[in-house]
Design a protein around this ligand. Sequence first.
Ligand SMILES: Nc1ncnc2c1ncn2[C@@H]1O[C@H](COP(=O)(O)OP(=O)(O)OP(=O)(O)O)[C@@H](O)[C@H]1O
Length: 228
Amino acid sequence: MISIYGLKKQIENQGVLTVDNINFQKGKIYSIVGHNGSGKSTLIKIIYNIENFQDGSITINDEYIDNECMNNKNIYKYLSYTPQESRFLSGSLMDNFNYIYEYGKEQFIKDKSYLYKLIDKFDLNKKLSTNVKKLSGGEIAKAQFIRSLIMNKEYNLLDEPMANMDLNTIKKAEKEILKLKEEGKTVILVTHDFMQAKKISDYIVFMENLKHIDTYESDVFFNGVMKF
Ligand SMILES: Nc1ncnc2c1ncn2[C@@H]1O[C@H](COP(=O)(O)OP(=O)(O)OP(=O)(O)O)[C@@H](O)[C@H]1O
């Protein structure tokens, strides 16, 4: 479980991001929703320990995250993170997939046959030798999503992974997210697509003005808190 208590993070010129308490349980899908600038991405980055915080505690499977991002990268054995922006090393798309197998910890990574299935499914076969700098927005999104799937971690942090995908690709990505849940993994997804959140999430984490308002069962959120 990922547990957050009494979190406070000062954001320059904006105020303080606060989360009283969230528990992300295993085998569940959480969608983080809220207006632009409500603090969704920052919350994900804090969990991934690339943003500091001033107060409170975060544990991942009972291991504490360092609030200054200084140590305990041990937590990365549990987490994958797909950022909003493109994040690749130099070289071709296939080079970038290969780096994971060269430098990753083998016990977690899915074998290459799984990678090739995903490459097929997301129609990236013709792009494997393309330099990552020349990929389109949708191709980058697909590649980064595949990368997080092959990392095979317990907790998958996905920051608007489908923002640049076409409808057909979004359907495929949603299926993969549901498969992660079937495997007992946790998905924490930032999305602006309320219909998507309603369709696939168990819980909705609602952020407003840098504050975590509450975490709701999906049905409760969509039939009570927010009526459509
Ligand atoms: N490093 C930073 N320095 C200064 N301000 C920041 C920094 N990171 C985020 N912010 C500000 O904090 C607020 C929350 O940003 P965040 O990216 O978490 O919002 P978000 O809910 O993910 O928004 P969006 O839906 O637009 O992606 C924004 O006003 C943003 O400008």
